[in-house]
Design a binder for this molecule. Structure first.
Ligand SMILES: *Cc1c(COP(=O)(O)O)cnc(C)c1O
Length: 394
């Protein structure tokens, strides 16, 4: 039985009529960019997240860009970013003329390592950009303490983690800005590109609103240089249909992840892993020696499982499993196959200090199918395939 990596059908099919109604409403309004649909979506998203301000943006990438611009981060500034993340996290820093400084990640929870961040900091460091990767929260208390001590800004990349919480507090509201993506594969996906910024600061919200529309503060009067980072009314209207179902979708992802964790941990040579909010490093808890290591949910964080990502620790085995799953038509993906500090486009900003854990993970990780509506037979197929791979059955 073929199993897709992601199937949006189970989410969209029951909503098809409502989505079409939203489309018809926008068509009839003739208001296609910003406007009332966007304002309503912003209010509903702010409430859902628990943020004071929400500003609809053209994409998650642009949300990061606008956050950096609103702070005036630019040439001469350095921003600490994890080396193991989607490209946009670092690309947006470079696009405002600042320098991304690549920080290593925890091999267990995959998020930015506060200790390495402290080591990579210089007097030019202005901000740190933690990513709640795959839906797992970064160790925010350690990062916020470090940032407070050194006077850094904290901008959260919540593209993969809408709905995640850290010690009961919503991720995205812990720094000065939270940047969200509604790319179709994210937990709340638009039917195209869209994004969102949230902030608790009135002045930052005001600046972000101007910046998304060329810095226009009204009637073609420009106090800031912004760009076209506007969100479409259509995407906002479609997202308004999907937002009320997000909590249930996250619950389903959590149940699916729970099933994988239980079933896979029962296979020989597979081990659960632990991460005590990256304190595991300080306490030198050794990693289990197993062929397959399972992803973790730290006790501090509520994971939203945008991806379920295992590690194959033996050289070459990750690519062996890829081939094996491909033959069985089981979806899988390597997020991410190359650490950002190894990307050719950053060759001139990276020194000789490499991020070893990020490099290791890029060799070992494999993301498995997980999506709301995935059924038990599909999950059994994935678990069965991994069992067969590990025991050498074909
Ligand atoms: C998806 C993603 C982005 C960018 O979002 P887009 O909407 O695709 O521009 C940024 N950071 C991370 C971690 C992402 O996963």
């Amino acid at each position: 039985m073929a199993v897709p990596l992601l199937d949006l059908g189970p989410v969209h099919d029951p909503l098809a009529e409502e989505l079409q109604e939203a489309f018809a409403r926008v068509l009839a309004s003739s208001r296609f960019v910003l406007g009332q649909e966007v304002e309503q979506f912003e209010a509903e998203a702010a409430e859902w997240i628990g943020a004071r301000h929400a500003i609809g943006i053209s994409s998650g990438t642009d949300a990061l860009l606008v956050a950096l611009m609103a702070h005036g981060i630019g040439p001469g500034d350095e921003v600490l970013v994890p080396s193991f993340t989607f490209f946009a996290t670092a690309g947006s820093v470079a696009r405002v003329g600042a320098r991304p400084v690549f920080v290593d990640v925890c091999p267990r929870c995959f998020t930015i390592d506060p200790e390495d961040a402290a080591q990579k900091a210089t007097p030019a460091t202005r901000a740190i950009l933690p990513v709640h990767l795959f839906g797992q929260t970064a160790p925010m208390d350690a990062l916020l303490a470090l940032a407070a001590e050194r006077d850094w800004l904290v901008i959260e990349d919540v593209a993969q983690a809408m709905g995640a919480t850290y010690m009961e507090r919503p991720c995205g509201t812990l720094g000065s800005f939270g940047a969200y993506s509604f790319f179709p594969t994210k937990n709340l996906g638009a039917l195209g590109d869209a994004g969102l910024l949230v902030t608790g600061d009135d002045e930052l919200a005001r600046r972000a609103r101007f910046l998304r529309n060329h810095g226009d503060t009204g009637r073609y009067h420009h106090e800031l240089i912004g760009g076209n980072f506007r969100i479409d009314a259509l995407q906002a209207a479609l997202l308004r249909v999907k937002l009320p179902h997000l909590t249930a979708a996250i619950d389903q992802r959590r149940a699916l992840a729970g099933f994988y964790l239980r079933e896979l941990a029962g296979l020989p040579e597979v081990s659960a892993n632990v991460c005590g909010d990256c304190a595991c490093r300080a306490e030198s808890i050794p990693e289990p020696d197993a062929r397959v290591l399972l992803p973790v949910e730290t006790p501090q964080g509520k994971h939203t499982w945008n991806q379920f990502t295992i590690r194959l620790t033996r050289p070459g085995e990750r690519d062996g499993l890829r081939k094996f799953l491909a033959e069985r038509q089981i979806g899988h993906q390597v997020y991410y196959p190359e650490p950002l500090d190894a990307q050719p486009c950053f060759a001139d900003v990276v020194g000789d200090r490499r991020t070893a854990n990020a490099a290791l993970l890029s060799q070992q990780v494999l993301s498995l199918p997980i999506f709301p509506g995935m059924n038990g037979a599909q999950q059994d197929e994935v678990v069965g395939a991994i069992a067969d791979f590990l025991s050498g059955r074909t």
